[in-house]
Design a protein around this ligand. Structure first.
Ligand code: AMP
Length: 436
């Protein structure tokens, strides 16, 4: 027997109904993003490796350990995107979209990181995100945070907002030097991994989970206390707007996040439902300077990415997943061979009327067909047997009410529509079309 294949480690197959539920969650996210004026963009799944090295930062775990990098047949070094901000900013620069004014874009798609797979941590995962480029106004920081907040509200996910400011090119270098001095002062007490991190990016020692590192750095200087006047004013303006909109947050002065490009406002949403290592539902921040890093004009920006996989996981654990959006309005059963053509045409007409209709594609007894219809969750069954065919009629059965009536074949579409509309409200958010 030939070898069987399995999905690569750290990847998942999403089959019905799970894939439909994920798409329903994604649609709700996109709706909120659209209400705030973020318009969809699509960029390649792979980019020049240099874009991520420069944009994401060579000292990050993402670039050092997690990229899927390959050489194509033309000898180019390409990398499957580990995140989307760098690619989106690259696209906006390339197409001259950040020359003037504010550009608000949204995206959704798979990302790739070579991580150790576990629940909520995959090698291929799906992010939904927004980016607002072209302004350093604090109102834009507040806008992106608010959109995320409204998404969690719409979905019914309990997410805690962690918020801090990482300073900027004005105040961070001096703080960084002071922190490095503090960390070096701890000498051999600090575990080797933390010492190595300190030399590369001392801020990233502060968000290490190791309890010993946390204890040793409890008195470390914090960026929050070292902000320059401009960063402080920006931070206060953002917080003022968020507070006015009724948002609550937790101060997170040790939050750093894994990507190097963040300045000023930096945030993360955490879920109470998920284990600590994978409880980040999403995060983001301001990245003034990223555009210049990847060869563009000055273009301050701010954005976030949510992990769709983790949001779905949190919804599942809270018992709040949306209902399976799939619905079968009618299973049309030709009971005699001669009824095949009439059944096929009726299925076409039902679909043209916006109803979900299908055939059984199998010869069974009526009882077998009814069982299959119930299993498929059909709202109505349309039966066309010899007698119905001869009379130009069809039997339309409401599966929930267990009632059946005979209607002229030409009226079958309307009869199925009436059955589909009779479902209790809220049973299906997309609902059957109004055929009247
Ligand atoms: P980041 O791009 O690292 O800021 O991540 C943003 C969000 O993407 C995180 O908060 C997670 O929800 C999600 N995410 C990041 N890495 C993974 C992964 N390996 N597997 C699943 N979700 C992830």
């Amino acid at each position: 027997m030939a070898d069987r294949f399995e999905a690569p480690k750290g990847t998942f197959d999403y089959l019905p109904p799970e894939a439909g539920v994920r798409a329903a969650v994604e649609r709700q996210m996109l709706t909120e993003m659209g209400l705030a004026g973020y318009e969809l963009v699509e960029t390649p799944v792979f980019e020049d490796t240099g874009l991520f090295a420069r944009g994401v930062g060579t000292s990050t775990d993402v670039v050092q350990k997690e990229m899927y990098t390959f050489t194509d047949r033309g000898g180019r070094s390409l990398t499957l995107r580990p995140e989307l901000t760098a690619g989106v900013v690259r696209a906006l620069i390339e197409h001259g979209r950040i020359a003037s004014g504010i550009t608000k874009v949204a995206y959704t798609g798979p990302q790739f990181r070579y991580e150790r797979p576990q629940a909520g941590r995959q090698r291929q995962f799906h992010q939904v995100g927004i980016e607002a480029v072209g302004s350093d106004a604090p109102a834009l920081d507040a806008d992106v945070v608010l959109v995320g907040h409204e998404i969690f509200r719409r979905l019914g996910v309990e997410a805690t907002l962690l918020l801090t400011s990482l300073g900027d090119a004005e105040c961070r270098p001096a703080y960084r030097a002071r922190l490095l001095e503090f960390l070096r002062g701890l000498g051999g007490d600090l575990p080797a991994e933390a010492r190595a991190r300190a030399e590369q990016n001392p801020l990233r020692v502060l968000d290490m989970k190791d309890p010993l590192v946390q204890e040793l750095t409890a008195d470390a200087p914090l960026m929050r206390d070292a902000l320059c006047p401009a960063c402080r004013a920006h931070d206060e303006a953002v917080r003022g707007l968020l507070a006015d909109a009724g948002l609550k947050w937790v101060e997170a002065p040790r939050l750093v996040r894994g990507l190097d490009y963040y300045v000023r406002t930096t945030f993360e949403w955490q879920a109470a439902e998920l284990a600590a290592a994978q409880n980040a539902l999403g995060g983001g921040g301001r990245y003034d300077g990223l555009s210049e890093l990847v060869g563009g004009p000055p273009a301050p920006g701010v954005g976030w990415a949510l992990g769709l996989d983790r949001v779905v996981l949190a919804l599942a654990q809270a018992g709040r997943l949306p209902a399976d959006p799939h619905r079968l309005d009618a299973l049309v059963i030709p009971l005699a061979g001669a009824a095949d053509a009439a059944a096929f045409t009726l299925v076409r007409d039902l679909r043209r009327a916006g109803l979900v209709a299908d055939l059984p594609y199998a010869g069974r007894t009526l009882k077998g067909h009814m069982k299959a219809a119930a299993r498929a969750g059909a709202r109505a069954v349309v039966i066309i047997g010899d007698a119905e065919l001869a009379a130009g009629e069809a039997g339309v059965r409401d599966m929930q009410a267990r009632e059946q009536r005979t209607v002229p074949l030409a009226g079958a579409v309307g009869a199925v529509g009436a059955v589909a509309r009779r479902r209790p409200p809220g049973a299906d958010p997309s609902g059957p079309p109004d055929l009247t």
